[in-house]
Each structure stands twice: as C-alpha cells, then as structure tokens.
Design a protein around this ligand. Structure first.
Ligand code: PXG
Length: 464
C-alpha cells in the first residue's frame, strides 16, 4: 500500500494539513500560515522530512522513542499479534496472553514492592487513573476525608481534566477553569530560575519543605497523595538539587500520605535505571508510566501499583469502577514486550548509566562555556541549556519569554537537530541508542546553533 506521503507533494500535504488537521499545543493560525513540517520516515535517531532533509531526533519523538525509530522487530511482533488476536478487552473476567506476559515483565522490572499494573493508553489516562485510585484507596481504608492531592507548579501530568489539574501549567489551567477542586500546588525545585542567592542544596531543602508546610496546613487527615516527576520534563528538565529528594523522603516517611512518581518521561531507562524512582532512591506507592513503555510504537500507558495500595484497594473485594476499552490492548502489549526485550538484550539502560550517558553529559556540560548559556545540565539522557542575556547574572532573563528559545529551536531544526524550547531553555532527550558519533554531531550542531542564535540576537539588539 502506498503511504499518503508518497502520493501528495509537500505543498499539497501542507495545504491539506492546514485545512483539516488541528494540532496539539499549537497556535493554529500561525502554524497554518507557515505550514507544518512533514516527517515521512525515520531510522535510528534520524528523521527524514518530505523534502528529503535528514534531521537528528534529539527529543526521541516526544521523550519516548528509547530504542530508536524503525525497529522491524516491533512491527513484526505487532503484526503477528494482530493476526492472532487483534483486539479483545480485559473487562468482565477475560485476559489474553500479551497482557499477562507484559504484567509479569513490568512487575519484574519495577521496584520489589510494586507488583501490579493497571493499563490505559497514555500518560494522561494514567494520571486520571491515579487521581481516582488514590481517593478510592483512602475511601477503602476508612479515611474518606483524605482527598487533596499535592503537586507542583510547572509539573506536567498530561492534558486531560485530571492531568491538567495535577499539572502546574498556569496557561493550561486558564483554559477550562482548572484545576478541579482538591488539588494543591507547591513550588518546584528549580534552582537556576528561582533559587535566588541560596546555594542549590539550601534551596532544595527549602523547596522540599514546601511539601511539609502544605501537608501540615491542609491537615494530614485531608491529604491523599503527593505526585511528582523525578525530574520535571516538559517543565524544562528541572533537575532537583541533591538535597531535594532525600528531604521529601524524610517528610513522606513521617506522614501517612501516598507518593505517586510520574515516570512517564523518567521511566524506561531515561536516567540510566529502569525508573527515575530507582535513580533517586524513591519509594513510590504508585507509578504512572507511558511513552518509553512501547518506545512510542503504539500508544500505551499504565499505573504500577505497590503491594500496599493493591491490598487496600483490591483485596477486600468490591469493584474499582474504572477502565478503558483499550486497557491492556493486545497489539500494544506485544509492542511493549518486544520493546522491553530489545532494551534488555541491547543493555540500553546500563548504556545510559555507564557509556552514552556520561559521554554526552561531559560534552553537553561543556556548552556552559558559550556566552549565551547560563547553565548546561543533564542527568541520564535528559538535558537542558539555559539561555541568558548575561552569563554573570542568573536572575536576568530575556524579555518576552520564549522568543529567544523559539529562534534557537528554529535554527536548530534548520541545522539538522530537533531540540525542544521550553521558555528560553533548550531541551534534549535523545533515543537511548545514540552512538558516540551521533552524540558528537548533536553537540556540534547545538554549538553551531548557539553561535547563530547569538549572532541573530546581537544583530537585533537583544544583547548589550
Ligand atoms: N506525565 C508526564 C511526566 C509527561 O511528560 C504525560 C504525563 C502525559 O502523557 P500523554 O501520553 O497523555 O501525552 C506526559 C507527557 C513536551 C511534551 O512538549 C511532553 C509530554 C507530552 C507532549 C509534549 O514536552 N509529556
């Protein structure tokens, strides 16, 4: 069968896209004036667009393509599964082999006290599941007043009602009158942007103690859970100071609330361990997963459930009135199983910890020498560059937040590297299969892009 990309020339594809396709998180007016970039194929860490340009996928799609693009092995497994059992549900006392096998595999990979999984199709649905699960858990435990979920400003947990509400993106809250009641946001551990004169560690402790203050002000008896990403992704790769997670752990250990790790980005090797919780020594009661679970080959998400929560929710009997038509979809489960098999066989998680991770980090951090860069940070394969008008003064930002980031992002694309801009920081999160040569290309292209951005800003009067 011929794919549409081979039928229509680029201009026609752009015109049809503008006429009929509403894109996520996009200013449709501006986008339609410019036209979308049409990606037609991909292999490894490389994308090809409809004009034949090769571009390095520095974002692994949207933080998800761990094993790289174009793995026929996953496509074959999905094909086989679809020929055998393309769909059946997991409601009403039924199951099927791929869902059973994947559940066993996830229990094996998850921390020792986490042995069950509830499936859905995305990270947003995972967090909607979390939202209902933690409240239902406390109902079951005879503590129905424990309802409030604490989360963080500038956290990202998806764009459904619960996802947006749990997330801390004010622009998103503004659309749809969110958050829903019962969500309380605390400050994020963003030292570069908000740490003022404090040392990173002193700031990390202060940010963690926001949680303590919030629980105590709301009343422990009213708080159901705290949800957080181990490292905030969409918020701008906010790597907390070393003091942050240990202090959060102390606070949680002294109080009876659930801890939910949103592993949608940090899970599946991104930080050099199977989960971000392993990297930071967290002890989550629930873990939201998606993205890297299938490397994005098919949509799938889930909530990993600890023995404690499973016992409270499911062992007394009674139904959890929750689920999706596609919970545990056989083709998606087959994609996930094959993806995890590839990751294990090729040792991709250890590779991030011991090989490509340290290799790229050293070269990425050296970009801090560039006159535009205030900080270059990276953990595992997840990094950010803070673009600033004055290296000597961390508190000074560019006017018109986001404009400089967009200039740099567009130049990066032109130069053959996808970087994502968050405010005025540049983000990368490449596939875990990135080679050393490809890492060198990534850093050289980022450097060239920074030079060109600097020249544009100088010419247009952005810099002194
Ligand atoms: N939690 C986290 C931590 C995420 O990063 C979600 C939940 C929601 O997942 P779904 O599958 O519903 O999208 C995410 C998603 C970006 C970007 O531009 C980030 C995400 C999604 C789309 C764009 O950084 N993260």
């Amino acid at each position: 069968m011929t794919a549409p990309s081979n039928i229509y020339p680029t201009a026609a594809l752009k015109a049809l896209d503008a006429a009929h396709h509403l894109h996520p998180f996009s200013d449709m007016k501006t986008l339609n004036e410019e036209g979308s970039r049409i990606i037609t194929s991909a292999e490894g860490v490389w994308l090809t667009d409809s004009d034949g340009n090769r571009i390095m996928d520095g974002m692994a799609g949207l933080w998800c393509v761990q094993v790289g693009h174009g793995r026929a092995e996953i496509a074959d497994a999905v094909h086989r599964q679809m020929c055998e059992l393309s769909y059946y549900n997991t409601f009403f006392k039924t199951s099927h082999p791929p869902a059973v096998a994947l559940s066993e595999k996830l229990a094996q990979l998850a921390p020792a006290h986490v042995n069950k999984v509830f499936y859905c199709s995305s990270g947003s649905e995972a967090n909607d599941t979390v939202f209902r699960m933690v409240r239902t858990y406390w109902d079951q435990m005879g503590q129905p007043d424990k309802k409030v979920i604490i989360s963080r400003w500038n956290g990202y947990h998806g764009s459904t009602l619960a996802g947006t509400s749990l997330g801390g993106m004010k622009a998103m809250h503004g659309q749809g009158d969110l958050p829903v009641p019962g969500v309380h946001h605390i400050d994020q551990p963003y030292w570069f942007g908000e740490g003022g004169e404090m040392s990173p560690d002193a700031f990390g402790v202060q940010a963690a103690r926001e949680l303590e203050r919030a629980i105590d002000a709301l009343g422990e008896d009213n708080v159901a859970a705290f949800i957080a990403e181990p490292i905030q992704g969409a918020g701008g790769v906010i790597i907390p100071p070393g003091s942050y997670w240990p202090e959060i752990r102390r606070i949680l250990s002294e109080r009876d609330i659930l801890f939910v790790a949103d592993e949608v980005i940090c899970g599946f090797g991104r930080l050099g361990r199977w989960f971000g919780s392993d990297h930071f020594g967290l002890d989550p009661d629930l873990m939201a997963i998606a993205k890297g679970l299938t490397s994005g080959y098919l949509p799938m998400g889930g909530v990993l459930v600890s023995d404690k929560v499973a016992a409270g929710l499911f062992e007394k009997g009674g139904e959890f009135f929750h689920g999706y038509t596609y919970s545990g979809h056989p083709a998606c489960a087959a994609a996930a199983l094959t993806n995890l098999e590839i990751m294990e066989r090729e040792g991709l998680v250890d590779r991030v910890a011991d090989d490509i991770g340290p290799y790229l980090q050293a070269r990425w951090r050296a970009l801090a020498d560039h006159p535009l860069v205030g900080e270059a940070r990276m953990t595992g394969l997840m990094g950010a560059l803070e673009l600033v008008p004055d290296k000597a003064d961390r508190t000074r930002a560019f006017a018109d937040t986001g404009t400089v980031g967009t200039i740099c992002r567009d130049l990066s694309f032109q130069n053959g590297l996808v970087m994502r801009a968050v405010r005025d920081s540049m983000i990368i999160s490449p596939p875990l299969v990135l080679s050393h040569d490809e890492a060198d290309y990534l850093v050289a292209t980022a450097k060239k892009t920074l030079d060109e951005t600097y020249a544009v800003l100088k010419k247009d009067g952005w810099l002194d």
